[in-house]
Design a protein around this ligand. Sequence first.
Ligand code: SAM
Ligand code: SF4
Length: 331
Amino acid sequence: MRDQFGRTIEYMRVSVTDRCNLRCVYCMPPEGVPCLSHGDILTYDEITRICRAGTELGISRIKLTGGEPLVRRGLPDLVGMLREIPGIEQITLTTNGILLKEKINELVSNGINSINISMDSLNAERYEKITRGGCLRQAFEGLEAALTIPELQVRINCVCLSDTQPEDIIRLALLADKQELDVRFIEMMPIGLGKKYRPVKGAEIRKLLEDRFGTASVCQGQYGNGPAVYVRFPGFKGKIGFIDAVSHQFCSTCNRVRLTSEGCLKSCLQYETGADLRTLLRSGAADEKLKGVMRGIIYEKPACHQFAEGTKESGTESRKLETRDMSQIGG
Ligand code: SAM
Ligand code: SF4
């Protein structure tokens, strides 16, 4: 369906847990976040019901995220349940990759279409530092396992910090040199702990890569579910993507809503407002009621976020800004 500004909303990011087996410095505090109890998070049946209602409002693509989605038991079962819903065209997953090797076959046989693996460095020591204890080898084995499956689209997501070394960026980009794998650089967004970090601009990274690999050509057409701009360097098999959420606001073409693990349907990453679908479902609401509430949230989606200074949209003054961390919202 279309929102009040005429944007078509067709993509829902579904957080299945707020728990994680890593503690990335810009996403989770070292002690983790106070975890929701099992009863607080949506069951797989509830998620499936909301996604089914979503398809009747035009949602056709689902991204499973978290926290770390693969720490929730039985995640591949959820993929299978969503796959049964008529109208779901694509189910994708964002993961840190640590548990991917052991889950990949089940995920694929249950119908996952695409997997994004977050990897901010290929230097084991630095990876361990950024993730506060993560083992790069495990994440890399997850990546290698994913790459053995020809029908699966695989991408690397990398958030650069201001002390990320040029060599680190180059090594990550080189993953796209010999294989059909897209590597995407995402600007740090001022959400939760991310507020403490300065975003490294996509343009800076592109310049660094062009100095090394030559002029990149921009890839025309829409790839993936969102606002990434893709380029290709001479001789590279894969593409390099830039998600410049801060330096290039792309709210005017935003196509997404978010469902948190406790069942809040949010229409914009930056605002706290949303609808409590869990209470609605658990109080016995019929599908028509559920769809009505979802329709209202989608329609009322704000025009834009205010990540950069000077972008405040009139009419948003009354909206409360999001105070939760990315792992709680589902990045
Ligand atoms: N645990 C999974 C993972 O790391 O891919 C899924 C959840 S994580 C919140 C999703 C993505 O959000 C990751 O790629 C992570 O790097 C990114 N992320 C977290 N905090 C961010 C921030 N403040 N700005 C930009 N990206 C962020
Ligand atoms: Fe966990 Fe992903 Fe957040 Fe890192 S970015 S702490 S892996 S949820």
